[in-house]
Write a protein that binds this ligand. Structure first.
Ligand code: FAD
Length: 376
């Protein structure tokens, strides 16, 4: 295995590094999960877009640079090392977009992707419902055909919608055929949140930020043009989104390599030997996650599909994130209680085993689909 980057990739790295050094805000932005912080992050997203760094791996026609997957990894690495702001557009660009590339019509791609790249349309994920979380196929929100209007009427409730109160659009699963086997009767819809009949109610997370919303839909008309991937195909399409969410697009290795480097810096300030084994172990695991993702990118570039393996990524990065932050807490001692990047990062790391499908569910998937163990 050759782990050296090509001259083109190195050149791309230097260009990204130079631009980030000149443009990343000197002071950290307020949390993107608050109204004020979200607005500041949007400004940053538009700066990224204007310099064509918002979606580097997309075609130029949609606002990208036609960068390879390898170059995308390089960009992510530089982005995190530069301490650049968290991407409040992530549910659009990292989750929905790969699904639109795979399942969207040309018309949908042309209509949706450039506005997403420019952070004009901001997408929220509308899957979970009060009675459907781990068991996503239990979705009860429904869509009923309205032949006269040329579309579907959506009714139901979505919950835990990240930054839903600040977004303009929602992608979600709705039951179009209540008679069909429960995985088959679902359809993937794209819904503007200002459509008549939509009510969005933001609510606070445990850390106090208004990071979540409930979305209520009451007879909301959605045209056929906003069905993604075909009526009744929702489960298949959603599993593609899930692969991106659990896999490397949402959580590229750069994020953890950067945290591991910060951990090393912190350990150095605490004198030799402070929690040395755990610091080294966390650092090694961050490197291991990078190697694992390099192998996955190789597979994708060579045309193989990433399926249930994305559950391994999810287990690995979510546990790694907690380990990195717990080690930092122990190095900091009582200082760990003080509000700051480490304490905020620690609180958010605790959500890692829950979002993107809980780790218990990922272990079930690994057991059944990768190890071939019998279902219980
Ligand atoms: C920070 C954060 C952001 C989120 N953002 C979004 C979003 O934008 N959009 C969205 O739609 N949702 C979002 N979610 C919701 C998330 O997808 C759900 O919380 C998750 O799928 C679990 O569902 P639940 O909360 O209903 O828990 P439940 O499904 O009720 O599970 C409760 C517990 O039971 C366990 N469990 C359930 N079934 C099994 C089983 N078969 N085997 C073993 N254990 C099992 C689970 O692992 C869990 O520990 C977010 C969650 C968090 C924490």
């Amino acid at each position: 295995m050759d782990l050296t980057w090509s001259p083109e990739e190195e050149e791309f790295r230097q260009e990204a590094r130079g631009w980030l050094a000149a443009n990343v805000p000197g002071n950290p932005l307020p949390s993107g999960d608050t109204r004020e912080g979200f607005a500041a992050h949007l400004e940053w997203e538009r700066t990224l877009f204007e310099a064509r760094w918002s979606v580097v791996s997309w075609p130029e026609a949609y606002g990208g640079r036609d960068a390879s997957l390898w170059q995308w990894l390089v960009f992510e690495d530089e982005y995190h090392r530069a301490g650049a702001p968290a991407r409040v557009t992530q549910n659009g660009i990292f989750l929905l977009a790969p699904t639109v590339f795979a399942f969207g019509t040309q018309e949908q791609q042309r209509r949706i992707l450039p506005r997403m790249a420019a952070a004009e349309d901001l997408w929220a994920q509308g899957w979970s419902e009060p009675g459907a979380g781990s068991d996503l196929a239990a979705i009860r929100s429904r869509a009923v055909r309205d032949e006269g209007a040329g579309g579907w009427r959506l009714t139901g409730q979505k919950t835990w919608t990240t930054r839903g109160a600040f977004c303009t659009h929602l992608f979600g699963l709705f039951r179009t055929d209540p008679e069909a086997e429960r995985h088959r009767g679902l359809t993937y819809f794209l819904v503007p949140l200002d459509a008549p009949g939509v009510t969005v109610r933001g609510f606070e997370r445990l850390d106090g930020d208004e990071g979540f919303a409930e979305v209520f839909l009451d007879d909301v008309l959605v045209p056929d043009a906003d069905v993604l991937g075909g009526v009744g195909e929702g489960w298949r399409v959603a599993m593609a989104t899930t692969g991106s969410e659990r896999g490397l697009t949402l959580r590229s290795p750069g994020r953890f390599l950067h945290t591991a480097d910060r951990l090393l810096d912190l350990a150095r300030t605490k004198g030799p030997g402070a929690h040395r084994d755990r610091v080294v172990q966390s650092w090694i695991e961050a490197q291991a996650y990078e190697l694992f993702t390099l192998e996955q990118v190789t597979s994708i570039v060579e045309g193989r599909q990433i399926g249930a393996e994305s559950s391994l990524n999810k287990l690995f990065w979510s546990q790694l994130d907690i380990a990195l932050h717990e080690t930092a807490n122990d190095l900091l001692g009582p200082e760990a209680e003080v509000d700051g990047p480490w304490s905020r990062g620690f609180l958010f790391s605790l959500a890692g085993p829950i979002y993107a499908g809980t780790n218990e569910i990922q272990r079930n998937i690994v057991a059944e689909r990768l190890l071939g163990l019998p279902r219980r």
